[in-house]
Design a protein around this ligand. Structure first.
Ligand code: NAI
Length: 411
């Protein structure tokens, strides 16, 4: 017979690796739980991560670290990955599921920050502030009203009416802008916003285009040479979504020809891995182009919010098995149950798994105190609470059930 201390893993042996300068609050939260935490300021190379991941149980990343099948092949101890950002396209979610690795993110935490930057940039672009500011820094007093406009009454076209796009719609309308939006999914118009039935309809109507689509592969070069020809001459373009959604070559050509009068770009097809690398882009040194180093969501408020939200979900997962708001695992909210041992079984989603687990327990005379099962297309997630004393051989038997991906005793 064995007890909890012999089966569950001591917390200080759980190694947590935080990359990409994640807010110190996250480290504090994990340390408070008794985990061992290593926090690095930048991202590391794929090869370095392949090596380092071998000892890691919990990994925290932001948008620059790619988690692919090769990394996962080495991640024998990995329980979960936290994306301390909104998007999870940098993570191969299917591969994670099939390795029994739960992924968490912070889908809402920095949306307001992105919206506020977009609002500021729309005003700056209409007023040509960036160019005038640079001139003045060089001693040139260029006082003129020519080509300076108020935003009131101008038409803003929002592509992607999700969490960010729809908030931008409300704030922009509050400033007196007329909002048009286009989304591939049916979305309710907020305020007086006008829904467009096609991208073309939106592009040909508006004075400023702001891209807020998600990072799905289809959105590669969503705005390219053809789309620029549909836009009104003198249009302004903002992209604070994903770098690959706008064809930079086409944007540069349209800025140089004057067809696009200004742009604010926060995300780029290639971004430096850390603050030491030089940023290379044809957008550098173009007039009336505001370029920012992917800081749309980077405010103290958003970082703090993210750094509380993601660890809290991961700690719940480690401590109780709860998967609420996991992006790839079936979502289960579980009570902590001190009178029992909790077994967590992750398997490929094939019929009969629950029956096999229960058969092993029953044939060893073990009483089930509670059981929860949920599946996705790929995996099944079973939590079984059993009475405290049991024979360790059942653990081996359960581990050996064909199609088992991961099995652990929680407490
Ligand atoms: P979301 O998932 O709530 O909204 C995206 C919307 O775009 C959805 O309604 C979707 O149906 C729509 N969509 C997708 N493809 C489309 C297409 N081709 N045409 C029209 N609509 C399309 O995402 P959320 O939270 O609003 O984020 C939007 C983007 O902003 C994401 O790409 C995200 O990664 C990025 N982001 C950038 C940040 C930054 O620092 N610059 C910070 C936070 C998010």
């Amino acid at each position: 017979m064995i007890n909890q201390m012999e089966t569950s893993f001591p917390k200080n042996k759980i190694n947590i690796l935080l990359l990409e300068n994640i807010h110190p609050l996250a480290r504090e939260m994990f340390q408070k739980e008794g985990f061992h935490v290593e926090s690095l300021a930048g991202s590391i190379s794929h090869a370095e991560l392949e090596e380092k991941i071998k000892d890691v149980s919990v990994l925290g990343i932001r948008s620059k670290t790619n988690i692919d099948a090769e990394i996962l092949d080495n991640a024998k101890r990995l329980l979960c990955v936290g994306a301390f950002c909104i998007g999870t396209n940098q993570i191969d979610l299917t591969a994670c599921s099939l390795k029994g690795v739960a992924v968490f993110n912070a889908p809402f935490s920095n949306t307001r920050s992105v919206v506020e930057l977009a609002i500021g940039e729309i005003i700056m672009l209409f007023r040509g502030v960036y160019e005038k500011c640079q001139k003045l820094h060089n001693g040139i007093w260029d006082k003129s009203a020519k080509n300076n406009f108020e935003v009131r009454g101008k038409k803003l076209g929002i592509i992607g009416y999700g969490k960010i796009g729809s908030q931008l719609s409300i704030l922009a309308e509050d400033m007196g802008m007329q909002v048009y939006y286009y989304d591939i999914v049916e979305k309710l118009a907020l305020g007086n916003a006008v829904k467009c039935n096609s991208l073309k309809e939106l592009l040909s109507n508006v004075d400023v285009v702001s891209v807020h689509v998600d990072g799905r592969n289809d959105n590669y070069h969503l705005i390219g040479p053809e789309q620029f020809t549909k836009m009104k001459p003198g249009v302004l373009l903002l992209n604070l979504s994903r770098g690959f959604t706008v064809d930079i070559e086409a944007l540069v050509a349209n800025l140089q020809s004057g067809h696009v009068r200004g742009a604010a770009i926060d995300v780029f097809p290639e971004e430096p891995l850390n603050n030491q690398q030089i940023f290379q882009s044809k957008l550098r040194h173009l007039p009336n182009v505001i370029i920012t180093p992917h800081i749309g969501g980077s405010t103290e408020e958003a970082q703090e919010h993210i750094s509380r939200f993601v660890p809290s979900k991961m700690i719940d997962f480690i401590n109780s098995g709860s998967t609420i708001m996991s992006v790839n695992f079936p979502n289960l909210q579980l009570p902590e149950f001190n009178q029992a041992n909790r077994l967590i079984h992750i398997h490929t989603n094939v019929p009969g798994m629950l029956a096999q687990i229960n058969h092993i327990l029953a044939s060893n005379g073990i009483n089930i105190l509670g059981q929860y099962l949920k599946t996705t297309d790929e995996i099944g997630y079973v939590i079984t609470d059993i009475e405290k004393n049991y024979d360790a051989k059942i653990l081996d038997e359960i581990k050996k059930i064909p199609n088992t991906i991961k099995f652990r005793v929680l407490y």
